[in-house]
Structures are given as C-alpha cells and as structure tokens.
Design a protein around this ligand. Structure first.
Ligand SMILES: [Zn+2]
Length: 184
C-alpha cells in the first residue's frame, strides 16, 4: 500500500490539492481502505459527504451519508437520504432534471462558511461501487445536492466558485483570512 489511511486528515482551504483535478482510480483493497477511513473522518466531522481531495488524495472517489430526517417525505420514488454510508469511485453525473434550487451549503474544507448554491434538484450518477461494479443511481433533494458537491471537489471546484454574490460578500473577510493563513 502506498497510502496509509490512518494518516489521512481533512484538508482545509486554500491547500493546493483542493484545486487539483483528480484522476480515475481502481477499486481495490487500497482505495477501499481509504474510502472506509474517509467515512470515519466524515462522521467525526459530522459531515454528509467527503471527497478524496479533501483528505489530500487526487483520486476520483467520494463518500456520502445523508441520514433521514423526521420531516422527510416517506414515500419518495427517488431517494433523498441514505440508510448507510456510500462510496463511489470515478463518479459522473449523466443526467440532471428539475429546476435549479438554491440552498445554503457548507463544506468540511471551509469551516465556518456556508453559501447559497443553485443546483438541479434531481440527478442520475454513474460510478463504480465498493465491489468495482458499475452502477447507475438516482437521487433528489439533499442527497442529489451532496453528490454534486462532492463531484465538484473531484474537479477542483469549491462552493466558493458557485455561491451567490451575497454569500461571498458575507464571508469575504473569513475567506481572505483563510487565504492569508494558508500562505504562511
Ligand atoms: Zn465540500
């Protein structure tokens, strides 16, 4: 193994790896072990998603877990939550539908910052699962948003690039302070 999963930590903006386009990966014992570690880190940070660049790896891999809330619709045809943590390798959005919906998003690599981001309500994603099988899965609501946010990370895209001007303005000084701290 070239990566020691126990050494992985959540990377904070503006570290370079968050702006790097990630490469496709194989599903094997090494990448599976990293995915498991990422689930632990995501849980520890109380997040709903975590992408490999956020732990310093330029791999096209993310994990997500969007637990059901009491006020979710019970009989939705398309899932908006997950029972268990999920891991997806080499994911791509193959179809989107629904209006662009605004929602305040946060990011574990941007502590203290949330911003209104508009995204399609429903998506279809193609990816490899933990067994290396190709799957095509649909999601709506918060789960669809989470997948899109994580796939953005694989292309070096952050909510800073997509958030409304109002949100950017609101967090302007904090973002600048993080950028200054990162240069030290
Ligand atoms: Zn994020």
């Amino acid at each position: 193994m070239t990566v020691d999963p126990s050494k992985l930590r959540i990377e904070i903006y503006p570290t370079e790896v968050l702006r790097t386009k990630a490469d496709e990966v194989e599903v094997n014992d090494e990448t599976r072990a990293v995915a498991a570690r990422m689930v632990d880190l995501m849980r520890g940070a109380e997040g709903i998603g975590l992408a490999a660049p956020q732990v310093g790896l330029t791999w096209r891999l993310f994990v997500a877990h969007v637990p059901a809330q009491d006020d979710d619709p019970i009989d939705a045809d398309i899932p908006s939550t997950t029972d268990e943590p999920q891991a997806f390798f080499n994911p791509e959005i193959v179809e989107t539908s629904g209006d662009l919906e605004p929602f305040d998003e946060g990011c574990l690599s941007l502590p203290g910052i949330t911003g209104e981001v508009r995204r399609p309500a429903t998506v279809t994603m193609r990816a490899l699962d933990l067994e290396g099988n190709q799957v095509e899965v649909r999601a709506t609501g918060l789960l669809a948003r989470c997948w899109q946010h994580e796939i953005d990370h694989l292309d070096g895209v952050l909510i800073l690039d997509k958030m409304s001007q109002m949100s950017k303005l609101k967090h302007r000084s904090r973002i600048k302070a993080m950028e200054r701290a990162g240069k030290r």
